[in-house]
Design a protein around this ligand. Structure first.
Ligand code: PLP
Length: 414
């Protein structure tokens, strides 16, 4: 019998690969095995419980029930949009003045609107060779493609020459280009671009923009886990924002450890007032045509967390606690992993580190036999240190070293 599903919807994966592995890990743990689960990108404390920011919990509890129950405006509440704009651009008023902002269900929603608004059907969005797998899902589900450029060159530097070449090729093929970069604290490598990386990236984008419309979509999911936050990319992007459309995907998921609220925003900085008006209308229309309104209670709570001075200060102090918790794991990893022969890009922080590996599927399977769960990605294993208690980091690193020491598994330096 012919399927009722259209051909492009046949053969979709039966489970999300990451959530599938996490379920397997949970089942193994329930059966009494000493499982290390480094699959899921949520921050767990050293007792293995979900880390929460107390003030964020309180902000949610104190939302007016009638407000939470009612529809939010389709583009988001004005107070939320202003608060996000301020959070992103407090030190860059010239960008804030030109920013068009829309509320989205998490950073995922922001990425979705960017991909569908900046590229035509069948066109490809460009990103780094290591990337968060849902970029591909978002492109595919929305009839777009995903193309990558090598993230690091032979010397282990962010490869802006490869970015420039890929931009040229895409512009020649499709007349426009859009690039997604996830920085700082890139998922899955944990790499944060240096000032020099950003200077060279901005130059490549500006140069390419002479040959057609070029957009940069900056995914800021983990920005609060870096020292400098968004300042470094903004300093590099501000001078080119008259030629390159710069868009920022903001998310409350990691910012307030409130993944389930599904609160995020897309901010686009455009120069021309008529383009600003077009962007605002396009984003609101796209919202109406997908999820309609966002979670009103979530928007209210997040607005308070961003704007109430006492709450903002309290949540920042609580967040410093979890940033330190993660930093201790990163330090332990960096102390052990190089000496064990594990190869990975410079890792200064963030939820994940990515270890080079020639046969990631086989290595991940061998690790599972040792009750260690990591995510195989192209050419590497993604390790979610965010969910591994400090006391387990050593066993994790040693298990990985054992498995990767097997012939043909070590991989080249990324
Ligand atoms: N971007 C990256 C790189 C992520 O890892 C995530 C979540 O894991 C997101 C975006 C979006 O998350 P959310 O939709 O919860 O904001």
């Amino acid at each position: 019998m012919n399927s009722h599903l259209i051909p492009s919807r046949l053969g979709r994966p039966k489970t999300d690969p990451i959530f599938g592995l996490a379920r397997l890990a949970a089942e193994r743990r329930a059966a009494g095995h000493p499982v290390i689960d480094a699959t899921i990108g949520v921050l767990l404390d050293d007792e293995g419980k979900l880390a929460l920011l107390e003030t964020a919990t309180r902000a949610l509890r104190e939302v007016d029930p009638a407000e939470a129950a009612s529809y939010a405006p389709i583009a988001g509440t004005p107070a939320f949009l202003e608060a996000v704009k301020h959070d992103l651009f407090a030190d860059f008023p010239q960008l804030a003045a030109r920013a068009v902002t829309v509320a989205t269900p998490g950073g995922t929603g922001a990425l979705r609107h960017a991909i569908t608004s900046l590229l035509d059907e069948k066109q490809a969005v460009l990103t780094t060779s290591f990337y968060w797998a849902p970029y591909g899902t978002l492109a595919d589900e929305n009839g777009r493609a995903l193309r990558t450029f090598p993230m690091f060159d032979g010397a282990g530097r962010f490869d802006t020459a490869a970015l420039a070449a890929a931009l040229d090729k895409l512009l020649a093929e499709q007349g426009r280009a859009a690039v997604i970069l996830n920085d700082p604290c890139h998922n899955p490598t944990g790499y944060s671009m240096s000032e020099d990386d950003w200077r060279r990236t901005a130059a490549a984008l500006a140069d390419a923009s002479a040959r057609g419309p070029v957009s940069l979509v900056l995914d800021l999911a983990y920005a609060v886990f870096s020292e400098g936050g968004v300042a470094r990319p903004l300093a590099a992007l501000a001078p080119i924002s008259d030629r390159v459309l710069t868009l920022f995907c903001w998310s409350a998921s990691k910012t307030f450890l409130q993944y389930g609220q599904r609160v995020g925003a897309l901010a686009a900085v455009a120069t021309d007032p008529s383009e600003q008006a077009e962007l605002a209308a396009t984003f609101a229309f796209a919202s109406r045509g997908t999820w309609s309104n966002c979670n009103h209670g979530g928007l209210e709570a997040v607005t308070r967390l961003l704007t109430d001075p006492a709450m903002r200060a309290a949540v920042a102090a609580e967040r410093r606690g979890v940033v330190d918790l993660l930093a201790r794991r990163v330090a332990e990893w960096n102390r052990l992993a190089p000496g064990l022969g594990l190869r990975y890009p410079p890792y200064a922080g963030g939820f994940f580190v990515t270890v080079s590996c020639d046969d990631p599927q086989a290595a991940a399977a061998a690790l599972r036999d040792k009750d260690v769960f990591v995510v195989p990605v192209a050419g590497a294993l993604r390790v979610a240190l965010c969910s591994v208690p400090l006391g387990q980091v050593e066993r994790l690193a040693r298990a990985m070293a054992d498995v990767l020491a097997a012939p043909d598994r070590a991989g080249a330096a990324p």
